[in-house]
Write a protein that binds this ligand. Structure first.
Ligand SMILES: [Zn+2]
Length: 142
């Protein structure tokens, strides 16, 4: 990813709008203790801007797996669909937690494609989520 200057003010506004959690997997910065990344929803490489309306927070895993993708295959319909946009869409409209809160379930074609493309249910994150549930830190409730 290129290193574009984004002002401290914009970074803070994006982080506050995102409630200091990853827009995709909902991992909370305060739980992992590592700053979340400012992510370009439309990647710079595809002509996306560094304007606030193209920025959101993502954890390093989601940011890396997303890369320059804006679309992915829905594993159910095998159709290419847009990835979830955490700035303009509601997480709960496209995703839900499994009963044990360790896995993210895609509710829509977009949700399913995003779960697959960003590998939102990797074994390590599922293990962490189970511990966070026990501690009462996950999933975020507000
Ligand atoms: Zn994430």
């Amino acid at each position: 990813m290129s290193r574009v200057h984004i002002s401290t003010t914009i970074r803070r506004r994006v982080a506050e709008a995102a409630r200091y959690r990853c827009g995709y997997c909902q991992t909370q910065q305060a739980v992992i203790g590592i700053p979340l990344h400012i992510e370009h929803i439309i990647p710079l490489a595809l002509g996306g801007s560094s304007n606030e309306d193209n920025l959101w927070l993502a954890c390093s895993a989601c940011n890396n797996y997303k890369g320059v993708q804006t679309q992915a295959l829905d594993p159910e319909t095998k159709e290419q669909v847009l990835l979830f946009n955490p700035r303009t869409q509601l997480w709960a409209d496209h995703f839900a937690w499994s009963d044990d809160r360790a896995e993210i379930i895609g509710l829509t074609a977009m949700g399913r494609a995003t779960v697959e493309a960003l590998k939102l249910n990797q074994p390590l994150i599922r293990l962490a989520r189970r511990r966070w549930v026990v501690a009462g830190w996950h999933p975020p409730t507000d």
